[in-house]
Design a protein around this ligand. Structure first.
Ligand SMILES: [Zn+2]
Length: 406
């Protein structure tokens, strides 16, 4: 959906222009982010949520995006204090990337890296939409349910140029499926009922992964039960009573087994260690590291081989790392003009075609790790010097396609 956007600039804070935007459903005050991008993002989410909940908020929705952590922290601290919140609550909120405040009915988020910013806005705007259309702006008593819904709709990917929301994971930097399976075993004794009836509020990434798993699994596999459960929870049902009424004929042992199987099918092949990586939905993964920093991705399974086609965007550098924790930081970098640098010195030159794409592989065998670029050996190090193998990008952006780890 293309949003009609009315926008004007109202001033600056720390040099970043602040824009006020009106879209069909939202009033947005934004700094540090493209106006068109935020307008399309929230209107796309609105359409997705309206189709999902079969209802929508009566009033226009308010969103505030901050350019940096400083302005976000200050604003959120003031909001918590004005609402009579404790200093501990203020501290917790200030450290976050986004929040929906009931008293102002506004979703707040701060700009970080592209995928992270998008996920934070989608997460908070999902709370806002749900609370204003389904719960009379009250928080349901199951934190796993609320956070799970927000996490479910915070996942997005581009498919043939259009952004799809809540369609399941591609590559996702919080490792929700990994956290979901660990939490399920360690915190809920592998019982789906125990997870669905948990009355605690999720407080760490493992719990957020569990919340995502709980909600996404029910939406995908047991939509009828999910709808009943969600209606009860929206009406302030106790989580235990709500689950026992909604789960009806579902047997906990069978359900728990199905859930673990579903989580295993959803495990990602790669784990994000640093930077911002996102599945573009067309078979490639794109990475944006912090300026002057690196984005690092490691095979999630204990890989002895990794392979990737790398296409660099702009004047980026890209490389494959074989040693990123401790050790000597040995890694190979390919510059846009095809120079290969290894452990800080130029070792080779590879052909880089007009698309600037090349094939990187790393093999671990016979006690050594060997790195190949376009089938040519560019580096071989003793395996004990090579920690986990990693793909990295440095100082720019890169697209990785056909990534494989075995
Ligand atoms: Zn949340």
């Amino acid at each position: 959906m293309t949003a009609l956007v009315l926008a004007f600039a109202i001033g600056t804070s720390s040099g970043t222009p602040i824009n006020v935007i009106s879209t069909p459903h939202y009033d947005i005050v934004v700094e540090g982010m493209d106006r068109k991008e935020i307008a399309e993002l929230v209107e796309n989410l609105h359409a997705t949520l309206k189709a999902f909940f079969h209802t929508e908020p009566q009033d226009r929705l308010s969103v505030r995006i901050f350019a940096d952590q400083g302005s976000y922290t200050q604003a959120v601290g003031k909001l918590v204090a004005a609402a009579g919140g404790s200093s501990k609550e203020a501290e917790l909120e200030e450290a976050g990337v986004g929040v929906y405040r009931l008293e102002t009915k506004t979703a707040y988020a701060r700009v970080t890296l592209p995928y992270g910013t998008r996920a934070a806005i989608l997460h908070e705007c999902t709370h806002q939409f749900q609370y204003l259309s389904c719960t009379h702006n009250q928080i349901p008593r199951s934190g796993y349910y609320c956070e799970g819904l927000a996490q479910h709709f915070s996942m997005s990917r581009r498919v043939n140029g259009s952004l799809q929301i809540g369609v399941g994971l591609g590559l996702e930097y919080t490792d929700a499926p990994g956290n979901a399976i660990r939490g399920f075993r360690e915190r809920h004794a592998s019982s789906f009922q125990a997870l669905a009836c948990d009355t605690l509020f999720p407080k760490d990434m493992e719990a957020y992964g569990e919340a995502w798993g709980l909600v996404s699994f029910l939406i995908e596999k047991h939509r009828r039960e999910f709808d009943k459960w969600s209606a009860l929870l929206d009406a302030q049902a106790d989580p235990r009573a709500g689950w026992s009424e909604a789960s009806g004929g579902l047997n906990d042992e069978q359900l728990s087994r199905d859930y673990v199987e579903w989580l295993e099918q959803h495990q990602e092949n790669w784990l994000v260690v640093g930077g911002d990586w996102a599945d573009t939905g067309d078979g490639t993964v794109s990475a944006t590291p912090w300026p002057g920093n690196m984005g690092i991705l490691v095979p999630k399974r204990d890989g002895t081989y990794l392979s990737a086609i790398v296409r660099m965007r702009g004047s980026a550098w890209a490389g494959v790392g074989v040693n990123y924790y401790g050790g000597n930081g040995i890694y190979t970098v390919v510059t846009p003009n095809g120079e290969v640098w290894s452990a800080g010195r130029r070792v080779d030159r590879v052909h880089v075609d007009s698309q600037r794409s090349f094939h990187i592989e790393a093999w671990k065998s016979d006690g050594r790790v060997a790195v190949y670029i376009d089938r040519a050996l560019v580096m071989s190090v003793p395996a004990q010097d090579a920690g986990k193998m990693a793909l990295l990008v440095e100082r720019g952006n890169a697209d990785f396609s056909k990534m494989d780890a075995r």
